[in-house]
Design a protein around this ligand. Structure first.
Ligand code: HEM
Length: 466
C-alpha cells in the first residue's frame, strides 16, 4: 500500500512487514536475517507467548510473555549475560563502555555513571535541548513551504548537536556534517550482521564490516581524544570546567570503592553515549514525525499543546507535554529503535514452565512484543491515546520495553524522552508534515530500526507561524 492510500484510510495502519505464515528454510532465513531481521518473524511469534526450539543460531527461545521477560531481565538477571553475537556486533565500536561491559567491570561503571543521569542533571540539559530544537525550527523556517525534506537526516543532526552540547558544552569542534557522515557510515557497516558472526566463525577471522568501519572508528577516537586532552588540561590548571557530561565523567567515582574511570573507560563511554544515544533518539523522532504526517488530528493536538506549554518554564516541560510524550511512546511501540534484545543463559532456567538450557539464546524482541496479539488491542494501529494518563498505567511494565528493563535498563532513558519531547513539540508548534505521495516507507533493522533510504516528508509551516 502506498502512503497516499493509507493517508485516506482510517484508522491508521502504518507500514510493517507482513509476518510469515511459516518459518523460512535455513538459506532464506540467513539471507533475510542479513537483509532485514524483522522480516524473519512469523505469525506464531506475534501470537504465542514463548516459542522455543533448535534454530540455525542454536537452541533458543523467543520470549514475549511479560512474566518470563521479568525473570530474564530482572528477577534472575544474574543467570543471563549479553550473548556473544551481540557483543561481536557492538564491541568493535564501543570497546568496553557501559553497553558492552560485563560482570565487575559493568557493575563498577554503572555505579560510577548513575549520578550522571539523575533527574536533576537531566533536567539541567533541557535548556540545551530547547536551544538546539529552536535552531532547527529556525533553519526549517527558511525553506520553501511544501518542500520535501529527509527528516531522518534532520533528526540525526539535531540529536547529534544536542549530544555534542550536553557532553562537550562547546560542541564537537569538528565539522558536524563530517562527524555525522562517519557515524552513519559506522552504523551502516557494523549494523549489518556479518555472515561469519552468524555462523560463529572464530574472532580472529576478519569481518568485512569491521574492516570497512575501521576508518570511521579511528575518526571518532581521534576527535574524542583531542577533546578529552583539552578538558583534562583545563581541570589540571584548576580553571572552572564546564558543567557537562565530560566533566562529570572525568570526576565520576564508584561510590563503593572511590575508584574513578580510566582514560580508556572515559573515552569508551563517550563513544558509547554518542553511539547509543544518537541514532536511537533520532529514529524515535523520525518515526514520530512520520506517524504525525499520517494523522492530521494528532498533528493539530500537538500544535495546541506546544502553544500552551512551550513558553512556560523549561523545568518540568517534558512532564507537561503529555500528548507529545504519548506520540513519542506510541512511535517507539510501533517502531522500537532497539528492535531486539538478546541474552545467553549461563545456567538452566524455567520460564513459565518452559525449560531453558544452559547456553540457550533468549531473544526478547520489543518489535514483536509491542505488536503482540495477546498484549495489545489493535496492535498494529497508531493510537497514542493508549499512552495518555489513565490508560498508560494499565500497560504491563514488561509488555513495553523500548529502553529494556532491570539492572541493564537504558541509562539514558529519561535524557532521550526529555529530548524527543522537547524537539517534537518545538517542531510541531511551527510546522506540519505530510507524506510524500507514492513514496513507500519501509522499516529496516540495522542495530536500530530505521526507515530504508531515509524519510522524505513534505514540510508545511503552520499558518503565519514559521
Ligand atoms: C530513544 C532513545 C533510546 C533507546 C530506544 C535506547 C534503548 C536502549 C536499550 C533497549 C538498552 C538496553 C539494552 C539491553 O538490555 O540489552 C539501552 C542501554 C543503554 N543505553 Fe540506551 N536508548 C536510548 C537512548 C540512550 C541515550 C540518550 C543514551 C546516553 C546518553 C543511552 C545510553 C545507553 C547505555 C550506556 C546503555 C547500556 C546500559 C547498561 O548496560 O548498563 N541510550 N538503551
Amino acid at each position: 500500500m502506498t502512503i497516499d492510500t493509507m493517508y485516506r484510510a482510517a484508522p491508521i495502519l502504518p507500514p510493517a512487514p507482513t509476518p510469515r505464515a511459516s518459518q523460512l528454510g535455513p538459506f532464506d532465513f540467513l539471507r533475510t536475517l542479513r537483509r532485514n531481521p524483522i522480516e524473519t518473524w512469523t505469525e506464531a511469534h506475534f501470537e504465542r507467548p514463548i516459542l522455543s526450539g533448535r534454530g540455525l543460531l542454536g537452541i533458543g527461545a523467543v520470549v514475549s510473555e511479560p512474566r518470563a521477560i521479568r525473570r530474564v531481565l530482572l528477577d534472575n538477571a544474574a543467570n543471563y549475560r549479553k550473548d556473544a553475537l551481540q557483543k561481536r556486533v557492538l564491541a568493535p565500536g564501543l570497546s568496553n563502555g557501559l553497553l558492552t561491559a560485563e560482570d565487575d567491570a559493568w557493575r563498577m561503571q554503572r555505579r560510577a555513571l548513575a549520578p550522571l543521569f539523575t533527574p536533576r542533571i537531566v533536567t539541567g540539559f533541557a535548556g540545551a535541548m530547547a536551544r538546539n530544537a529552536e535552531a532547527l525550527a529556525s533553519r526549517w523556517s527558511h525553506l520553501r513551504p511544501g518542500r520535501v525534506i529527509d527528516v531522518q537526516q534532520h533528526m540525526a543532526r539535531v540529536t547529534l548537536d544536542i549530544l555534542g552540547e550536553t557532553i562537550f558544552s562547546d560542541g564537537l569542534e569538528r565539522d558536524p556534517d563530517e562527524f555525522m557522515a562517519a557515524m552513519s557510515h559506522f552504523f551502516a557497516t557494523i549494523g549489518t550482521l556479518d555472515l561469519f558472526d552468524l555462523l560463529d566463525f572464530p574472532d580472529w577471522v576478519p569481518r568485512l564490516a569491521q574492516l570497512r568501519s575501521r576508518s570511521s572508528i579511528s575518526f571518532f577516537e581521534a576527535a574524542v581524544d583531542a577533546i578529552i586532552d583539552r578538558r583534562k588540561a583545563l581541570i589540571a590548571r584548576d580553571e572552572p570546567a564546564p558543567d557537562d557530561l565530560l566533566t562529570l565523567l572525568l570526576r565520576a567515582q564508584d561510590p563503593q570503592t572511590g575508584t574513578g574511570l580510566s582514560d580508556t573507560e572515559v573515552k569508551a563511554n563517550i563513544v558509547t553515549f554518542i553511539a547509543a544515544g544518537h541514532e536511537t533518539t533520532a529514529n524515535a523522532l523520525t518515526w514520530a514525525l512520520f506517524l504525525l504526517s499520517l494523522s492530521p488530528e494528532w498533528s493539530a493536538r500537538l500544535c495546541v499543546e506546544a502553544e500552551q506549554e512551550l513558553d512556560g518554564p523549561v523545568t518540568g516541560l517534558a512532564e507537561r507535554l503529555v500528548e507529545t510524550r504519548a506520540v513519542i511512546e506510541e512511535a517507539m511501540r510501533l517502531y522500537p529503535p532497539v528492535a531486539s534484545l538478546s541474552r545467553e543463559a549461563i545456567g538452566p532456567d524455567d520460564l513459565c514452565g518452559r525449560r531453558i538450557r544452559k547456553g540457550a539464546l533468549v531473544v526478547i524482541s520489543p518489535y514483536v512484543l509491542h505488536r503482540h496479539a495477546l498484549l495489545w488491542n489493535r496492535p498494529n494501529h497508531f493510537d497514542p491515546s493508549r499512552f495518555l494518563p489513565g490508560a498508560r498505567e494499565t500497560i504491563d511494565r514488561y509488555a513495553y520495553l523500548p529502553f529494556g528493563a532491570g539492572p541493564r535498563i537504558c541509562i539514558g532513558a529519561a535524557f532521550s524522552i526529555q529530548e524527543a519531547v522537547i524537539v517534537l513539540a518545538t517542531l510541531m508548534r511551527r510546522f506540519d508534515v505530510r507524506p510524500v505521495p507514492g513514496h513507500i516507507v519501509e522499516p529496516i533493522q540495522r542495530i536500530t530500526l530505521r526507515p530504508r533510504g531515509g524519510m522524505p516528508l513534505i514540510l508545511q509551516p503552520r499558518n503565519g507561524m514559521a
